[in-house]
Design a protein around this ligand. Structure first.
Ligand SMILES: Cc1cc2nc3c(=O)[nH]c(=O)nc-3n(C[C@H](O)[C@H](O)[C@H](O)COP(=O)(O)OP(=O)(O)OC[C@H]3O[C@@H](n4cnc5c(N)ncnc54)[C@H](O)[C@@H]3O)c2cc1C
Length: 332
């Protein structure tokens, strides 16, 4: 059967509209005036991150018992869109931090939730998700970092790269191999995830990696040199690291798409503003037919994207949009 547009209907409630209004207002007043400075200095003031957390960016989808607001994923999408519309870098800090708080929420023990999730939901601590290595990006199963069990602690060794929030986080979710792959087809098996706190002996932030477009939220390298963490810091079960990572990316992609929609919205508004104020041949650019056609086309594309993303957020919240990876999957 052909999909119908009604299947993708996005139901925005007055609470969603009110949230958009609140976050947009906040972003215009608190972030817009310093957005250029953030880009120029390549640094986001920590106090601003605290204030962004204060409007709910770290808390929306988490349960009240962890200090969250108990909201839906669509609310989170709206909040990220609105922050990204004004500063892509600011939104990136929170999207990356969710790649730690989400798996803690899903697979963390009660003790881990108390120690790590609660201070992340309140915005007191920022997280960094450490999967990528110099030799393994898309190929998550190819990571070479290792963790070996020594009685009451794990010892982690390896090197990570491109880690967003690497320089500013207090809590790191680090993936490492805890056992060799059972076979060539099952090379994704034997990975595990660990919480590592900033300041742990042997843990070091390496070089800062320059990127364009996200200045203010630059990723960095991490060095793990005989880093010892208690066995209680293993997140989920030993060997579930690949599953935890890939399931986390299901959710992460929704947040990253929300950033894309927010950035596209900003680009669209800037283009319209320019076309209305810039005159050529003695009339504003917007009066020229090709410019109007471009405006209409981009407006429709952006509206469609935003609608599709809203629908994905709703459906993900209902468990409809999930990868088919499970613990026993084999990857060819
Ligand atoms: C700004 C930024 C922030 C980041 N933040 C984080 C972070 O917080 N934590 C973290 O762990 N990582 C982070 N990353 C790393 C990111 O996850 C990796 O860059 C990504 O996984 C791709 O890996 P790679 O760069 O090694 O590219 P590769 O995996 O080497 O891919 C190179 C090219 O080959 C293509 N390719 C790869 N495999 C296939 C295939 N099977 N079929 C077809 N095409 C393929 C890719 O699409 C790509 O075009 C960040 C990266 C950037 C740029």
């Amino acid at each position: 059967m052909m999909p119908r547009s009604a299947d993708y209907e996005v139901k925005l409630t007055p609470d969603h509209e009110s949230l958009r209004h609140t976050i947009r207002d906040f972003a215009e007043k608190e972030i817009r005036p310093v957005a250029f400075e953030i880009d120029r200095n390549n640094k986001i003031p920590r106090d601003l991150l605290r204030r962004i957390a204060g409007v709910g960016l770290t808390a929306i989808t988490y349960k009240e018992e962890y200090g969250g607001l108990g909201g839906d994923l669509l609310s989170m999408v709206i909040a990220i869109e609105e922050i990204a519309r004004v500063s892509a870098a600011c939104s990136t800090v929170f999207v990356a931090s969710h790649l730690v708080s989400e798996p803690l929420n899903e697979w963390g023990s009660a003790e881990q939730k108390k120690r790590f999730l609660v201070p992340m939901v309140s915005g007191e601590k920022i997280g960094a998700h450490a999967m990528t290595e110099p030799g393994a990006g898309s190929d998550v199963a190819g990571i070479k970092s290792t963790a070996k069990l020594h009685g009451t602690h794990w010892e982690i060794n390896g090197r990570k790269t491109f880690i967003t929030n690497g320089e500013i986080a207090e809590l790191y979710l680090v993936f490492a191999r805890t056992s060799p792959p059972p076979s060539a087809r099952e090379r994704h098996k034997g990975l595990s995830a660990f919480m590592v706190e900033r300041g742990t002996e042997g843990f070091q932030v390496g070089s800062h990696i320059e990127t364009t477009g996200l200045r203010g939220s630059q990723p960095s390298e991490l060095i793990l040199d005989h880093v010892k963490v208690p066995t209680d810091n293993l997140v989920g079960k030993e060997g579930d690291g690949f599953y935890i990572g890939v399931k986390t990316y299901d959710r992460g992609r929704v947040d990253v798409s929300a950033q894309g929609v927010g950035i596209a919205q900003a680009a669209y508004e800037a283009a319209i503003n320019y076309a209305q104020t810039r005159t050529s041949f003695e009339k504003p650019l917007i009066d020229f037919h090709p410019v109007q056609a471009g405006r209409d086309g981009h407006g429709t594309s952006h509206g469609t994207l935003a609608h599709l993303l809203g629908s994905i957020a709703q459906r993900s919240g209902q468990g409809v949009c999930q990868s088919r990876i499970d613990r026993e999957s084999n990857i060819d």
